[in-house]
Design a protein around this ligand. Structure first.
Ligand code: FES
Length: 99
C-alpha cells in the first residue's frame, strides 16, 4: 500500500493529495501536486513552510534534509526539511498549512 499525503490549506480544505515519495521533502512533492505551501529559505530557518500534522506524525522524519534551526512546537513540522521516514511502507499523512 502506498503512503498518501494530504495537504490542507489554512481553512482546512484539501488543496493537494498525492502518493508520498521517499527521500524528497514534503514541500517538493506538494508543490508538484498543486499545493501552495509557502517556501522561502528551504532549509528550516525561516518558518514560512510550517505545517501542523493532523495525521501520521509517526510516519514523518521532521529533519530529513537538515536540522531545524527553529524551535518547533509538538505536532508541527517545517515541510521544507521534513520527509517520509525510510522504514515506512504505507499509511496516511495529513498536514495543514499555517500560512
Ligand atoms: S521555507 Fe523556510 S523553514 Fe521552510
Amino acid at each position: 500500500m502506498p503512503i498518501t499525503v494530504k495537504v490542507l490549506d489554512v481553512s482546512g480544505n484539501v488543496e493537494a493529495e498525492f502518493e508520498g515519495e521517499k527521500n524528497v521533502v514534503l514541500t517538493d512533492t506538494a508543490l508538484k501536486y498543486g499545493s501552495d505551501i509557502p517556501v522561502s529559505c528551504g532549509s528550516g530557518a525561516c518558518g514560512l513552510c510550517k505545517c501542523k500534522v493532523i495525521e501520521g506524525l509517526d510516519l514523518i522524519n521532521p529533519e530529513m534534509l537538515s536540522p531545524s534551526l527553529m524551535e518547533m512546537d509538538e505536532g508541527y513540522i517545517l515541510a521544507c526539511i521534513a520527509g517520509i521516514k525510510d522504514d515506512v511502507e504505507d499509511g496516511h499523512i495529513t498536514i495543514q498549512r499555517t500560512l
